[in-house]
Design a protein around this ligand. Structure first.
Ligand code: GLC
Ligand code: MG
Length: 540
């Protein structure tokens, strides 16, 4: 057995076996009383993450930024925003993470900079500036109209007029986030240099922001409207067009390869890509030869309706589409989407956690999901997210999923001594880490035990996956390694249901489930499940 273990550890790297945890730094822990989380705050909570069983932490951006998009508008790729601390604080954080045997990933935002970045200030200063071509500048069309019909993801036109130099620049997001011109070799070099800066410091890799946006069509052709949508020139909603020319261009793969090549100069670092694309396109970001992203983020669980048959199909489709070298991964929530507890309800959120942590592939947990944090209702006059502010009628603010971590029952939930940058929910005295640590039935205890089981059994982290069956209520599958087999049965509905496999009779013992009382019970044949119940069964 010992020998198998060692073999496994050499065959599978840490980022394949481990669990990733996303921290939104503004909201994890404040240490200096300004109501905004910071690096020293994170350091003070590392023991908690270690206790929880986290292997790797990904930090949303911590770099200098005017904060137009809360750090996704970077003005210096090699510094630390004073709000979050100093470079010494970062160095200490990295040391402290590593000393606990954990890993640290940073967020690289290569598609665009802040409009306050010195590169852009130079670029916009004159048409013949040496950095003019670092960004995407275009003339108006002869009839005076915009260069093309591309829209900003946040709504409105993606082109901003520059009075001084009489040209438009392209911004896929805010006008304060001009897109870099990745066809320019100097841009490529500058960003690779920034990556090297952090890799040399010893970070364990990057999550790369909007990877599929990095290169645009060389001819800047108009995006087609969605078939069937009434073409209306005043319709400035991003989703009403198919971004076939503004995203996912073939040349993007050359860029990802460059990033990977650099990453591979260092030992066991990982490159993760944020990519919202259908599975067949998503998997191309592994590279045909496996030389692109290690993990193109798989957001299917976050996008699909909460329907067992659709999810089961999606898992199989994904497993089938993966290239030989491609290691799977799963994400349930992030800082851009509603929290899982709010999307499917608290009781189903436990089922979702079981799915996330028993599927084949690296799971990413969003901070606070482990205590069942919900989206916090933010009064209209407190909205700060630009996506929410740009479309006040659509209710698309991302603030509700970015609220401070709820640590204890004290003032501001132990997050800060000062009024937090986003409000806490009314129930933070009840829903918090401290209370849940003591409660064996809590979401936190549930997550912790599940993570520990996943770690303990190779079948659950590196084992094979095979669907048993799914119906309108259940999804069931087997994870297997060597002669160890686990059967997972999840009831995605609130009604009781029956696990009735067609041919084989499964026999085993429940080792974990949504009802603690069920652990240790023998099961065989038809298995009855309660509504919102999930079972992890070790098969005989
Ligand atoms: C990514 C980030 C999101 C940000 C956008 C623009 O999608 O996750 O938060 O607004 O990129 O950088
Ligand atoms: Mg602070």
């Amino acid at each position: 057995m010992g020998q198998i273990r060692t073999q496994l550890q050499t065959e599978h790297l840490w980022w394949q076996q481990g669990v990733i945890y996303q921290i939104y730094p503004r909201s994890f822990q404040d240490s200096d009383g300004d109501g905004i989380g910071d690096l020293t705050g994170i350091i003070s909570r590392l023991d908690y993450l270690h206790w929880l069983g986290i292997d790797c932490i990904w930090l949303s951006p911590i770099f200098p930024s005017p904060m137009a998009d809360f750090g996704y508008d970077i003005s210096d790729y090699e510094g630390i925003h004073p709000l979050f601390g100093k470079m010494e604080d970062f160095d200490e954080l990295l040391r402290e993470v590593h000393s606990r045997g954990m890993k640290l990933l940073l967020d690289l935002v290569p598609n665009h900079t802040s409009d306050q970045h010195p590169w852009f200030l130079e670029s916009r200063s004159s048409r013949d500036n040496a950095k003019r071509d670092w960004y995407i500048w275009h003339n108006r069309r002869p009839d005076g109209s915009l260069p093309n019909n591309w829209l900003s993801v946040f709504g409105g036109h993606a082109w901003e007029w520059d009075e001084t130099t009489q040209q438009y620049y392209y911004h896929a997001f805010l006008k304060e986030q001009p897109d870099l011109n990745w066809r320019n070799p100097e841009v490529q070099q500058a960003m690779l240099d920034a990556m090297r800066f952090w890799l040399e410091k010893g970070i364990d890799g990057f999550r790369v922001d909007v990877m599929w946006h990095m290169i645009k069509d060389g001819q800047f052709r108009d995006n087609p409207p969605f078939p069937g949508s009434t073409f209306d020139a005043d319709d400035l909603i991003y989703d009403h067009y198919i971004p076939v020319y503004s995203t996912d261009q073939p040349e993007v793969h050359d860029i990802v390869r460059m990033m990977r090549k650099l990453t591979d100069e260092y030992d066991e670092r990982v490159l993760i890509g944020e990519i919202y694309l259908p599975v067949d396109k998503l998997v191309t970001y592994y590279g045909l030869d496996g030389k692109e992203a290690h993990l193109p983020f798989n957001f299917q669980l976050l996008m699909l309706p909460w329907d067992p048959t659709q999810i089961a199909m999606a898992i199989d489709e994904y497993e089938g589409a993966l290239p030989d070298q491609g290691w799977p991964n799963w994400v349930l929530s992030n800082h851009d989407r509603p929290r899982i507890s709010s999307r499917i309800g608290s009781s189903q959120a436990k089922i979702a956690a079981m799915l996330l942590l028993t599927l084949r592939g690296t799971p990413t947990i969003y901070y606070g999901d482990e205590i069942g944090m919900c989206d916090v209702p933010i009064p209209m006059d407190e909205i700060v997210d630009p996506q929410g502010l740009h479309a006040p009628d659509l209710n698309v603010s991302r603030d509700p999923a970015r609220t401070p971590m709820q640590w204890d029952e004290k003032f501001n939930a132990g997050f800060s001594t000062h009024k937090p940058w986003l409000r806490l929910p009314y129930n933070s005295g009840r829903v918090n880490v401290k209370m849940q640590k003591k409660d064996p039935y809590s979401a936190l205890s549930f997550y912790r035990t599940l993570i520990a089981l996943r770690k303990e059994h190779p079948a659950l982290h590196v084992g094979s996956y095979s669907l048993v069956y799914s119906d309108s209520q259940l999804i069931s599958y087997i994870r297997k390694h060597e002669d160890m087999r686990f059967l997972v049965i999840l009831n995605l509905s609130h009604r009781p249901g029956y696990f009735k496999p067609k041919t084989e009779v499964y026999k085993g013992v429940v080792i974990f489930g949504t009802e603690n009382e069920r652990a240790g019970m023998q099961v065989e044949g038809i298995i009855t499940l309660g509504g919102d119940e999930g079972l992890l069964i070790r098969l005989e």
